[in-house]
Write a protein that binds this ligand. Structure first.
Ligand code: TEU
Ligand code: CA
Length: 537
């Protein structure tokens, strides 16, 4: 098997708006990120992924881009960006950008031209029709918006201010490729491709409400992008692809596919979805379902394609509140367990800002404390129609809102967690006096140092990167145990997902203990949220 640097990487995702404010306006910015490069380097991460920092009217916090080649004023200037990129490289890390090319902002010059007249050359850069069909937006409501100027409707699979680009238009594709080349010429190290499996819209029936992903031409477009742009640089690429099965991933991320390096798949993010309300109502989840899904991804891709490994990002609730236990006595223990289970699988692991501190979900009292457009739209969809009461919906928001991930990074126990000297754009999680980076750095047993240990192990043991995965005891609802095997060496990982002590024969394995979240070893049982990784003698 060919080896690539991005297989050995550990990626850290920064949501710039919530990471560090440097000038007191309450909004995180590029100079704020620069203040913490030592912190990130010491964590052992090797790649930083920035959520969008381009010029944007911020309808969807930067995922609505009005100029791909300017920096959002809130975040700083292009000179700040160049300085940040150089500083990241000087720290021995790489930097990848978020490429949002399924749609732009309605304030992008292409869309302004497109909506100006039926005959404008940019008209066909987007989708226009006389009558809407049944397609629904991912952010609630119809996917078509009437535009008075030309009396047609345009397509937006996300917010009204995010019109979808028409990838069937070759000139549009070339404009995107040229823009990508200019970023690569600056020396960036790759892209995360937002909602990339939505770019082919051809042949979708009018009567579907849920818009299908993975249209066949997505692969034509990505092969073209690869040939024209990606293959000319030593970079990494990761595509965001909801509703994608592992077999389909081989097409996108197969070693010989000439499309992308890896995908963010969503299967494991849906195990706790409510059948009717999705993430907007709490629903019991099964460990067997979770580990079956992730094990299937491990097995189907093995030797053929590459996995990304994540529990968290800016769209997901905090993992310790979701699959762990955020009660004070178990928060750190269970967060360590989740970290080890994820980072010891095959693939490139991603850490979302604050995950290394065990940051938790937040429960703001009123809707007005939330900022996320998806949350507002869903609230109105379910409450205005009477499907959920306001109280039921607020419980759902506490459980599933994307703002759970977007509260400011908790740096210390000073006002606003050290995130800003001003008024933060979204309130800080009130648990910051107990959960913050300063406290973690002062405690040798902290989650931060546990992550540091995991990243160090990955550098030391090629087995952690490359070994074959096998699931043990697949029907056990309490423990997740697996092995990794490479060149006759085997690592046994045993993890307890419950607050009880449970039997676990695999935990008795004799060998060198590489990872443990309790001080003293045990045999054949696992204490609450205990995780052990043993390299067999
Ligand atoms: O998300 C795309 C996507 O698949 C969303 O439907 C995602 O599942 C949803 O936000 C989760 O509730 C990407 C970005 O990650 C997201 O932040 C953007 O809002 C979206 O694209 C539009 O650009
Ligand atoms: Ca700022």
């Amino acid at each position: 098997m060919e080896k690539h640097w991005w297989q050995e990487a550990v990626v850290y995702q920064i949501y710039p708006r919530s990471f560090q404010d440097s000038n007191g306006d309450g909004i995180g910015d590029l100079r704020g990120i620069m203040q913490h490069l030592d912190y990130l380097q010491q964590l052992g991460v090797t790649v930083l992924w920035l959520s969008p920092v381009y010029q944007s009217p911020n309808d969807d916090n930067g995922y609505d881009i009005s100029d791909y080649e300017a920096i959002m004023a809130d975040f700083g200037t292009m000179a700040d960006f160049d300085e940040l990129l150089a500083a990241v490289h000087a720290h021995g890390m790489r930097l990848i950008m978020d490429l949002v090319a399924n749609h732009t902002s309605d304030e992008h010059p292409w869309f302004k031209a497109s909506r100006a007249s039926l005959t404008n050359p940019y008209r066909d850069y987007y989708f226009w029709r006389d009558r809407p069909n049944a397609w629904q937006s991912n952010f609630s409501g119809p996917a078509w918006q009437f535009d008075a100027k030309t009396k047609q409707y345009y397509l937006h699979l996300f917010s009204k201010k995010q019109p979808d680009l028409n990838w069937a238009n070759a000139a549009m594709r070339q404009d995107i490729y040229a823009m990508m080349r200019r970023w690569l010429a600056k020396g960036i190290d790759g892209f995360r491709l937002d909602a990339i499996n939505l770019i082919d819209k051809h042949g979708v029936p009018d009567d579907l409400t849920y818009f299908p992903r993975n249209g066949a031409r997505v692969h034509d477009y990505l092969r073209e992008m690869n040939q024209e742009v990606l293959s000319h640089y030593d970079i990494m690429t990761v595509g965001e692809t909801s509703d994608t099965v592992p077999e389909e991933a081989l097409q996108y991320a197969g070693f010989d596919a000439h499309e992308l390096n890896m995908l963010f798949q969503f299967d494991h993010m849906e195990v706790d979805f409510d059948p009717q309300f999705g993430k907007w109502q709490k629903h019991p989840w099964s460990l067997v379902a979770l580990k079956t899904i992730l094990s299937r991804w491990q097995t189907v891709l093995a030797g053929k394609a590459w996995n990304s490994l994540y529990w968290n990002n800016h769209d997901q609730p905090r993992v310790v509140s979701r699959f762990g236990d955020d009660r004070p006595q178990y928060r750190v223990l269970s967060a360590k367990m989740l970290a080890a289970v994820l980072h010891l699988m095959q693939g490139t692991p991603y850490i979302y800002q604050g995950e290394e501190l065990g940051m938790t979900n937040v429960a703001f009292r009123q809707l007005a404390d939330y900022r996320d457009i998806e949350t507002y739209n869903a609230y109105h969809e379910f409450v205005d129609s009477g499907q959920l009461t306001a109280d039921q919906m607020m419980a759902g928001v506490h459980h599933g809102s994307r703002d759970n991930a977007r509260t400011p990074m908790q740096w210390d126990d000073s006002a606003n967690a050290g995130f800003t000297q001003g008024r933060p754009w979204i309130e800080v999680n009130p648990n910051y006096p107990a959960i913050n980076a300063k406290a973690a750095l002062a405690d040798p047993q902290s989650l931060y140092y546990f992550y540091q240990h995991l990243t160090a192990l990955r550098r030391k043991y090629p087995l952690i990167v490359y070994a074959q995965y096998a699931l043990l005891d697949p029907t056990n609802e309490q423990t997740w145990c697996y092995t990794r095997t490479l060149d006759g060496q085997t690592l046994v990982v045993t993890a307890n997902f419950t607050a009880e002590t449970v039997a676990c024969p695999a935990a008795a394995a004799a060998g060198e203990q590489l990872v443990h979240n309790y001080a003293v070893a045990h045999t054949a049982t696992l204490r609450p949220y205990e995780v052990r990784a043993i390299l067999l003698a």
